[in-house]
Design a protein around this ligand. Structure first.
Ligand code: GLN
Ligand code: ZN
Length: 713
């Protein structure tokens, strides 16, 4: 067995430094270019990554970390898990990823505790596993033609099957992996990386037995490359001794999120993830060196804690950042260079960020008055009809508006002109809602590019990047803000727009804010303070904004927390502690409001039974939640809710306009489980991604259905 390279990364961004893949994909999907052009862009991006990593001095180059859409989907295709209904599609791969005219796409969900979304494998009784090793072999050959030997990266069998809820199919799938290993060995591949991040969450004894069986069996094969099983996003826990007892030659451990393995790993190579793939900060060398030195193994090599997929490409592409901040940053390129420097023992010149001495966050339970008192005061003030109709906040963002914002940012459109455009858009949205007959109006959020970035741009302690794109799913990227210092609010942020919107109408208008957990979850966050303390700083800024909205006469304030579940720790033992401070932060942000001010919150999912109690503990007067998209499953679990609740009646993820009958049916089902006086009527989520035409028709049907039911009350 050849020795494992001294330095490596577990994976690399693939969207392209200038989002070249995004453009190529969208052009292919729109029929503006052909398959060959898309393939060419992919090949260029792969070549560029291998060249760059080799130039930086990295010894172990990964391959097959590129994907046209998603690496889990690639694995499903490699194993033949393509559901029958997609096989006849013109392009089955993208049909599974995105759907076609007549076919819904496969389900998509978040990759562990990241903001990356993968395609959930659909494995059923009719799935016949059959290996197609074309992609991993193709990339090995492609790299070799450029002069690079690579280590193919594949999602491991246990994680793949757990993601597809089909661990009972292990035998069959292992047959495919055995064939894959033989094919790679025949190709002269020295090492293969099998990613098993599912092993850092709690696993049952049966699941651990599956891990043992899988790697005993693959390890026993005579025709195979060296086996490198990579774990990331936390500690292996009980899976560590299980893996250590198998013939696997190399184990990858995340030493940023997790600790140094406590057991002796003599006989193994430990691929030590000391450079974080989840943040954008330079690695303090002494921390990395201490971790490396504490591992007991036959060989220790240096790596990233996980794939660099979750960070942007290159700090050098940022010209607008404060040099003092830029100094502290490392994106994918810089992180790969850090791995090389650590492996060579050449770590001089890496500045160390010193932990700052911030005051500990307040932990006292924050609370408002009793709900019954608040409900009565709000009822008197708002005088809403039964089954009040509202929306989640955003209205369609038109191309003109985006162009105007870009022009204002570039300085080619005077700020005043831009603000007048925003006001015109607010007026249009208010008039539309009045015409449709909605009860609680919104201003439509036309001034916001994004619900987190907008606040980051207006709070101290944040910076935003020009090119710091990170893939969210498929061709979609986000540019997470950098939360690098103490957070504070220099001036009111949303008050002028809320006040303007309220001045246009006699109906109540909701002020619209993003909650502290979500602002932090969708940013890159400083690592010199506990996350909880950072969230509390943001909560204090939001609290000031809530108070200012209230003082401006805004009767309802919505504080969105769509990311509450995303930060939930992967291990159950840590979840209770997290939920406790997350809820406390939300209450801190909202509890400054008086009884007469109605607090709304919004969450974008409903399969949240595990955290339903926490959502309830947020103590919002009204909670709006996704429901229509998931077939109203939430209705089985909402009887515990004692305050206002709006299970969505319109799936905004689809361009489809729901009929009034469909909406009415959903409403009747809701009224069977919730008393009418607590039910709110709303879409599943914001309307930003829809067109005005779709929104107008859909909301008209929502209003018609609601009116029919009101007449029966
Ligand atoms: N208020 C936001 C909107 O309507 C909420 C978005 C979200 O939940 N992700 O766009
Ligand atoms: Zn939402």
């Amino acid at each position: 067995m050849s020795v494992f390279p001294q330095s490596t990364v577990l994976g690399y961004p693939r969207i392209g430094p200038r989002r070249e893949l995004k453009r190529a994909l969208e052009s292919y999907w729109d029929g503006r270019s052909g398959r060959a052009e898309l393939e060419r862009t992919g090949a260029e991006l792969r070549a560029r990554t291998w060249r760059r990593l080799a130039e930086l001095g990295l010894e172990g180059l990964p391959s097959n970390t590129f994907s046209l859409y998603d690496q889990v989907l690639d694995t499903a295709v490699m194993l033949g898990a393509v559901p029958e209904r997609y096989r006849a599609a013109e392009d089955p791969y993208f049909a599974m990823a995105r759907g076609t005219e007549g076919l819904a796409p496969l389900r998509m969900t978040k990759w562990f505790d990241t903001n990356y979304h993968y395609i959930v494998p659909e494995i059923g009784p009719r799935t016949v596993f059959k290996l197609d090793a074309g992609k991993p072999l193709g990339e090995v050959r492609e790299a070799r033609a450029l002069g690079f030997e690579t280590r193919p990266v594949v999602v491991g069998p246990v994680t793949f099957l757990l993601l597809g809820s089909a661990l009972d199919r292990l035998e069959e799938v292992l047959g495919c992996y055995a064939e894959l290993l033989a094919a790679l060995a025949a190709e002269g591949v020295a090492w293969v990386q099998l990613d098993e991040p599912a092993l850092v969450a709690d696993r049952t004894p049966e699941e651990l037995a599956a891990v043992r069986d899988a790697y005993e069996r693959l390890g026993a094969l005579s025709e195979r490359p060296g086996l490198f099983v990579a774990s990331y996003f936390g500690d292996l826990g009980e899976a560590l001794p299980v893996l250590a007892a198998t013939p696997v030659e190399a184990l990858g451990v995340d030493l940023v999120r997790g600790g140094v393995p406590e057991i002796d790993l003599t006989g193994k190579t430990v691929v030590a993830g000391v450079v974080s793939g989840r943040d954008v900060w330079r690695t303090p060398p002494e921390r990395a060196l201490a971790a490396l030195g504490a591992i007991r193994a036959s060989r220790v090599t240096v790596s990233t804690s996980c794939s660099l997929l979750h960070v942007p490409y290159d700090v050098e592409a940022e010209s607008g950042l404060d040099p003092a901040l830029k100094e502290r940053l490392a994106f994918a390129e810089q992180k790969a260079a850090e791995v090389v420097a650590l492996a060579r023992g050449d770590v001089r010149g890496v500045p160390v960020s010193l932990p700052s001495e911030a005051a500990p966050a307040p932990v006292a339970a924050e609370g408002r008055g009793p709900y019954a008192v608040r409900a009565a005061a709000q009822g008197d003030r708002l005088r809403l009809p039964p089954l009040p109709i509202t929306t989640i906040g955003s209205f369609p963002q038109t191309g003109e508006l985006r162009a105007a914002r870009a022009a204002a940012a570039a300085g080619t459109l005077p700020q005043q002109d831009y603000e007048r455009r925003v006001e015109a858009e607010i007026e249009r949205v208010i008039r539309l809602q009045e015409r449709l007959g909605l009860d609680v109006l919104v201003h439509g959020e036309p001034e916001r590019n994004d619900m987190v970035q907008y606040f980051a741009e207006h709070l101290d302690g944040f910076a935003v990047t020009a090119n710091g794109w990170v893939q969210s799913y498929g061709s979609r990227c986000t540019r997470p803000p950098l939360l690098y210092g103490d957070v504070s609010r220099p001036a009111p942020i949303t008050v002028r727009w809320a006040r303007y919107a309220q001045s246009l109408t006699d109906k109540p208008v909701k002020g619209m804010l993003t909650g502290p957990v979500t602002i932090v979850a969708w940013s890159f966050v400083r690592d010199d303070l506990p996350l909880r303390d950072v969230v509390f700083q943001v909560a204090d800024a939001v609290r000031e904004e809530v108070r200012d909205l209230e003082a401006a006469g805004v009767p309802i304030v919505q504080v969105d927390e769509p990311a509450l579940r995303e930060l939930l720790p992967l291990r159950r033992a840590a979840q209770g502690g997290y939920l406790e401070w997350a809820v406390a932060a939300y209450r801190r942000a909202t509890s400054g409001a008086g009884d007469r001010t109605q607090i709304h919150t919004h969450l974008c999912y409903s399969d949240a039974d595990e955290i339903l109690a926490a959502i309830d503990a947020l103590d919002a007067d009204v909670t709006t939640i996704e429901s229509a998209r998931s077939g109203a499953r939430i209705l089985g679990a909402v009887d515990a809710f004692e305050r206002g609740l709006g299970p969505g009646v319109y799936d905004i993820h689809s361009p489809r306009v729901p009929s009034a009958e469909e909406v009415e049916d959903l409403l009747r089902r809701t009224l069977r489980v919730l008393p009418a006086e607590r039910v709110w009527i709303n879409p599943d989520c914001g309307l930003k991604t829809r067109t005005y035409e779709q929104v107008e028709a859909s909301l008209a049907n929502v209003v018609a259905a609601t009116r029919r039911l009101r007449a029966e009350l």
